[in-house]
Design a protein around this ligand. Sequence first.
Ligand code: ADP
Length: 238
Amino acid sequence: MICLVLGLFAGLFQSACSRANERTFVAIKPDGVQRHLVGEIIRRFERKGLQLVGLKLLQVRGPARPAPLLPGLGGPLVPRGPGWSKARAAPQAPALSPPASRLVQPAAATRAADPHRPHQSKAISLLEASEELLKEHYIALRDRPFYSRLVKYMSSGPVVAMVWQGLDVVKTVRTMIGETNPAESRPGTIRGDFCVEVSKNVIHGSDSVESARQEISLWFRSEELTCWEDTAEHWIYA
Ligand code: ADP
């Protein structure tokens, strides 16, 4: 009887939280987002058999780019492209000038405007995304000549931050991403297929289990990660 109960408990626990529980941090960089590669990249990891356990779109704000407010919504708007200087010059201008298509409305503003959603401002990581996050993320490269350019590039547009889970996921994701320099990345890898320059290389993936742990805790709160039963797991793992 005890064995049966223990067996049932173990089975329940296993199905709720995968045995293949290594996790890695992945970020689709601003060039990857602007070039509409988000779906393609997620598709590759999903089709490989990896499990998505965390996902958010965020815009890291640099010190010289305070976000103007959109009247009525109470949330910042993050301008994109050439419309930015106009928006800064006339923050009092009525909403949607420059055109709405030039502005990325972050989750914060959307939530505040949506009457069906409870207001949960504390859960909006977007508001916390400062350049300090990027400096910390790339702290190991702080003495490299491209460090400040790298931080600027990463704050030049929205980033999609993700946590993926699976067996040997850190190594697997790095293999699928390719080499740091796209020119050395094989066709079939993400950098091998979608970019040409090291300074615009579309995607980041943790390079070790330890750095994955640190990067996940830097970018995500524990409650932003979802442990869910992947019903395809039996077809992926023995
Ligand atoms: P990876 O992203 O493959 O782990 P690194 O950690 O060495 O590579 O570098 C972090 C990021 O810094 C790279 O993805 C790339 O965006 C940028 N970078 C690396 N080397 C250079 C370089 N020589 N010039 C410009 N940017 C670079």
